[in-house]
Write a protein that binds this ligand. Structure first.
Ligand code: BJW
Ligand code: ZN
Length: 260
């Protein structure tokens, strides 16, 4: 029996599913991953771009980096894997816990999404926390129209620096999000980890939560992650191919063919 057939069989006898997704989930929407070859951090020091210290050391660089990524997210569309995950809601209770900041799960129709690392389309002032003024997209248009080095985006109320509403290294997750993720994972019969390197805490700890509560755990990735051995099973493949196939087999009245 293939790993996909085993997963289909488990899902048929389950009522709840929790899914942890990472950057690989959005790769087929054209949004780069972080740590893969050619990823966002291939030639960058992650801490200089994704920490408060890095931001304060060079806010213009960090704002510009996020403005460029924001433009990519606005241009991106959910792919067939996002849609398939949303469609699973007609079969089971599904909670999507995502490390992604692009909002593509919700745009694809998933209704129960926990964004562990925030959302790049939102922003706030580091001084007064106002989140209603112009965001980093103003920087994107400055780059577009003038084609020159951008200035800083500052709060229209107090002049403080504007930053994306994402979670950087050393920062706490949005209030209540991790506890809700733990609760959902602990209650689920099946846990899927899709397109993540499982290298960032606390997202990487959810596999243990799932296992200690008896869930069947499966990693879906183009290549086994460092955590692969911690899962009951693994499916090697792209999210955009594996997930539609999974949904189609789950909906099929004919049992999946067995292979050796
Ligand atoms: C495909 C595919 C396809 C490709 N289909 N698969 C020392 C100092 C300070 C902190 C720490 C420390 N040691 C540990 C920590 C804790 C730290 C941490 O874990 N660090 C590790 C890196 C060591 N964590 C934190 O700081 C967290 N907060 C926290 O712990 O709070 C408590 C605390 C407070 C104070 C001090 C200490 C603790 C917060 C973590 C926030 C992470 N933020 C980022 C940036 C978000 C904003 C942004 O988007 O810019 O989140 S980092 C980055 O990594 C991003 C991602 O969400 C996250 C995970 O990456 P992901 O998604 O797994 O992507 P990749 O690229 O790594 O992997 C892609 C995978 O996809 C690969 O496996 C591919 O094979 C696969 N793939 N195509 C399927 N088509
Ligand atoms: Zn302000």
């Amino acid at each position: 029996m293939t790993a996909t057939a085993r997963l289909v069989s488990m899902l048929r006898s389950s009522s709840s599913l929790s899914v942890l997704t990472g950057a690989g989930m959005s790769a087929e929407s054209g949004i780069p991953t972080f740590r893969d070859a050619g990823g966002l951090w291939e030639d960058e020091d992650p801490v200089s771009l994704a920490s408060v210290d890095g931001f304060l050391a060079n806010p213009a660089r960090v704002q510009r980096w996020y403005a460029e990524r924001l433009r990519g997210v606005m241009d991106a569309q959910p792919h067939s894997g996002h849609v398939a995950l949303a469609e699973l809601e007609s079969e089971l209770d599904v909670t999507v816990v995502t490390q992604n900041v692009d909002g593509l799960h919700s745009r694809a129709g998933s209704t129960n999404v926990l964004e562990m690392h925030g959302n790049i389309t939102r922003h706030f002032c580091v001084e007064c926390q106002d989140n209603t003024g112009p965001g980093l997209s103003t920087l994107t248009s400055t780059v577009d129209t003038a084609g020159s080095a951008p200035g800083l985006v500052q709060c229209t109320l107090c002049g403080g620096l504007i930053r994306p509403a994402v979670v950087w290294f050393g920062e706490m997750l949005p209030h209540g999000v991790f506890s809700r993720a733990v609760e959902a994972v602990a209650e689920s019969d099946v846990f899927l980890s899709i397109g993540t390197s499982s290298s960032v805490y606390p997202a990487s700890s959810l596999i243990e939560v799932a296992q200690s509560n008896g869930a069947y755990t499966v990693e879906i990735n183009v290549a086994p992650s460092v955590a692969a051995s911690r899962f009951d099973d693994s499916i090697t493949g792209r999210a955009g191919q594996v997930l539609p196939k999974l949904v189609s087999e789950l909906r099929s009245t004919v049992s999946a063919p067995e292979t050796t």
